[in-house]
Ligand binder design. Structure first.
Ligand SMILES: [Zn+2]
Ligand SMILES: [Zn+2]
Length: 92
């Protein structure tokens, strides 16, 4: 287990720094996790792709990883660190 874990965004294929806020979508069947940047365009891709996978009958758990400097003890949307200021889906 010496290989460092490299996280790549499933939306833009860019690398995600582990200490930066990001979203994980875990496939509860396989334990495989898709990761996405916290920025709005990647979040929207995340919502769309997760909806597609849910339609295929998959079961997922969403994880919100806050930045390592986030001061909230029980962080969520609108946390004091501002990790996920943008809502998951754009309201029309
Ligand atoms: Zn991304
Ligand atoms: Zn936070």
């Amino acid at each position: 287990m010496s290989r460092p874990r490299v996280i790549r965004c499933a939306a833009c294929a860019g690398r995600i720094k582990p200490h930066h806020p990001h979203i994980g979508v875990e496939d509860l069947e396989t334990g495989k996790e898709f990761s996405y940047h916290a920025r709005p365009d990647c979040q929207i891709r995340c919502a769309e792709e997760t909806a597609t996978r849910l339609e295929a009958g998959k079961v997922y758990a969403m994880h919100h990883y806050h930045s390592s400097w986030c001061p909230d003890e029980a962080p969520g949307f609108g946390c004091a660190g501002g990790c996920f200021d943008t809502p998951m889906a754009v309201a029309n």
